[in-house]
Design a protein around this ligand. Structure first.
Ligand code: GH3
Ligand code: MG
Ligand code: MG
Ligand code: MG
Length: 310
């Protein structure tokens, strides 16, 4: 393999080739196998099926297909949020200024002329897969908290909106809990900020373990505050989960300062449950849910910390 090709061993790209010419498909297959999993479609109908099935990282698209023009396929893909980010590289035998302009104006990332030089194809595909990889990584970073690795505030805001709408639509309860480390300023003052950071990481991992269903979502709200979203969880179900969380935090047995109320680190929790049967959409919104949880948290602090309030 040529050295300009990326090492794809730790990346798993799906590449879709859409072409009705079997010889093109065979020519591309060997050279692209080194870059990812290669799939084929011979017409537009098959292509759309595969795109929704495998959500490819890159599409090589013939312009002349039996059932639909490749440029129109590309336009359709660019209109849909789920597919608009997939880079489309056209394969064409007709090159000319007009077509070149059309290729880019319909949202194509690049075009490759027939007859194909496999190494040129591989190099171009490789370039676009690298961009794709970087964009995916950047998106992940933009949604994660740098210290603890859990979701960040931006991610939380988006998720809460989605889950609130879903809960309303499916008529299922939704619980939001706000979790705040007790007397954490004293912890930092006594042990230092580096130790403080380590403590926050351990607390975050523990909350993550506690919300263990795939739909559960944990985010760092800010400072030493975390939010746990528990979809399809009612008030009693949430109380059980959060009681378990307090036990797990106690079991971490992280030494607190002599000035703190408890000899180990504890958290206080405020939570609120949205029950669609009892609410009309005008009564509340996702932000109100968070603010009820925050008020309950304040109460937990007032009542002596290391406890859960609704
Ligand atoms: P309470 O029990 O009422 O919550 O008291 P508290 O001391 O935890 O609350 P307060 O809001 O007064 O202090 C929060 C502290 O959290 C202050 C700040 O130094 C610390 N903190 C916030 N973010 C970080 C961080 O990223 N790393 C570290 N080490 N400390 C942080
Ligand atoms: Mg063709
Ligand atoms: Mg706080
Ligand atoms: Mg605190």
């Amino acid at each position: 393999m040529d050295t300009f090709l990326i090492n794809t061993q730790d990346k798993s790209f799906d590449i879709l080739i859409v072409d009705d010419d079997h010889s093109v498909v065979m020519a591309l297959r060997n050279v692209l196998n080194d870059l990812g999993r290669v799939r084929f479609a011979q017409n537009a109908v098959q292509a759309f099926e595969m795109i929704s099935d495998i959500s490819p990282d890159l599409i090589l698209l013939d312009i002349d297909l039996p059932d639909k023009n490749g440029l129109d396929i590309c336009r359709d893909l660019k209109k849909e949020p789920d597919t608009s980010d997939i880079p489309v590289l056209f394969i064409t035998s007709q090159v000319g200024a007009t077509l070149e302009r059309e290729v880019f104006s319909c949202g194509g990332a690049d075009y490759i002329s027939k007859p194909l030089n496999p190494y040129v194809v591989a190099a171009r595909v490789n370039t676009h897969l690298n961009y794709r990889h970087l964009i995916i990584e950047l998106n992940k970073m933009a949604m994660r908290d740098g210290l603890t690795g859990v979701n960040n505030r931006r991610s939380l805001d988006e998720k809460l909106k989605i889950e609130y709408k879903r809960s309303f639509r499916d008529k299922t309860p939704l619980t939001v809990a706000m979790i705040d480390v007790d007397e954490f300023k004293k912890y930092n003052d006594y042990f230092g900020h580096i130790e403080g950071d380590e403590c926050l990481k351990r607390i975050a991992s523990t909350i993550q373990l506690c919300g263990r269903r795939p739909a559960d979502f944990i985010a760092r709200y800010g400072g030493e505050e975390f939010v746990l979203i528990l979809p399809n969880t009612d008030k009693n179900g949430a109380y059980e989960i959060l009681t378990h969380l307090l036990q797990m935090i106690a079991q971490l047995n992280i030494e607190h300062t002599p000035e703190a109320k408890y000899d180990h680190v504890t958290v206080s929790v405020g939570y609120s449950t949205f029950s669609p049967e009892e609410t009309t959409q005008d009564d509340a919104d996702d932000k109100a849910l968070l603010s009820f949880a925050d008020k309950a948290l304040f109460q937990a602090k007032q009542q002596g910390r290391d406890q859960i309030c609704y």
